[in-house]
Design a protein around this ligand. Structure first.
Ligand SMILES: NC(=O)c1ccc[n+]([C@@H]2O[C@H](COP(=O)([O-])OP(=O)(O)OC[C@H]3O[C@@H](n4cnc5c(N)ncnc54)[C@H](OP(=O)(O)O)[C@@H]3O)[C@@H](O)[C@H]2O)c1
Length: 279
């Protein structure tokens, strides 16, 4: 396997893990940027960054936890300019559709003088199997606000395949690629699909954002996580730009984006939705 000096920051996460797999399938062993990697990379400790960036030519960056959180912009400024100083030629930034703060981070990369491609994603399917929407599915009681908002949920396998393609193919330099799923879908639709594909009885409750926040606080979810989820619901989900299907995936991958139903059928087979929790 050849090493092409490619770094995947967040390389064990929802998108980064899959970007690394895509590269390995093409015979490339990327360096992983994460706290558990060697060398270790920690967003909160800049002294770890130089070793991880040393000798790297191209990098995929997924910021943790979200480009909207306080301090993200400063971290992206520091990382971008350090990378440029150390000779990194190209950066592929994972961004979020309809997030003003994420767009400010995109601009830092676009103005850096490095080659870049921005991969701007809508909400991920895998939030239901690898992130904060999994817990309510396991308890069988899903209470969410904004149950009728139409969202073009996108699959992280598609995001990763796009990211790996644009990392390697310089004809996408300077572009913003918008990655969404092929259809608009509501939380209610999603819970129905997961219920059918996993053969679980799931109860759905339409609640207000205020009730949702009170519930998270009662469950002693950390304040910064509650802040982020409130922000994502109140500012990102309701942004009309997010309620649109964009077909950027198809010309790049030569196939349609994966639907939520396809994702749900595959995920149901893994058994992740059947580890039922009683609360
Ligand atoms: N979820 C969505 O629906 C959505 C939609 C659009 C855009 N986005 C964007 O997606 C990005 C997150 O990407 P993702 O979901 O692929 O990642 P993720 O799964 O949330 O991230 C986990 C990765 O981050 C690493 N990590 C955690 N804390 C770290 C720290 N302090 N320093 C260094 N690495 C750390 C983890 O490795 P270790 O634990 O080993 O450190 C792991 O590799 C965010 O910037 C968000 O804005 C998300």
């Amino acid at each position: 396997m050849k090493t092409e000096n490619i770094l995947v920051i967040g390389g064990t996460g929802k998108t980064g893990r899959r970007v690394a797999e895509q590269l390995k399938n093409k015979g490339i062993e990327p360096r992983i940027g994460s706290r558990n990697a060697s060398p270790s990379f920690d967003w909160d400790h800049k002294d770890t960054w130089v070793d991880t960036l040393h000798g790297i030519e191209k990098m995929y960056v997924s910021y943790y936890p979200d480009l909207a959180v306080p301090g993200a912009k400063e971290a992206i400024v520091s990382l971008t300019y350090l990378a440029k100083e150390l000779g990194v030629k190209k950066m592929v930034l994972l961004s979020g559709k309809g997030e003003t703060e994420a767009e400010a981070c995109e601009k830092i990369v676009m103005d850096s003088g490095m080659d870049y491609t921005i991969v701007r994603a809508s909400w991920f399917n895998q939030n239901w199997s690898e992130s904060f929407f999994l817990e309510p599915i396991l308890t069988g009681e899903v209470a969410l606000p904004m149950s009728d908002v139409l969202i073009p949920f996108v699959d992280t396998n598609d995001i990763a395949e796009v990211a790996a393609t644009v990392l390697l193919d310089d004809s996408y330099n300077g572009e913003i690629i918008e990655v969404t799923g092929p259809e608009l879908i509501t939380f209610k639709d999603i819970v129905n699909i997961i219920s059918k594909t996993s053969q679980r009885d799931l109860n759905f409750y339409d609640i207000t954002l205020e009730q949702y926040i009170i519930g998270m606080k009662q469950m002693q979810i950390p304040a910064d996580v509650v802040w982020l989820i409130e922000y994502l619901f109140s500012h990102v989900l309701t942004n009309p730009n997010n309620q649109l299907v964009v077909n950027d995936i198809e010309p790049i991958l030569g196939r349609k984006a994966k639907s939520f139903l396809e994702y749900a059928k595959e995920t149901a087979k893994s058994g992740v939705w059947n580890q039922v929790k009683v609360h």
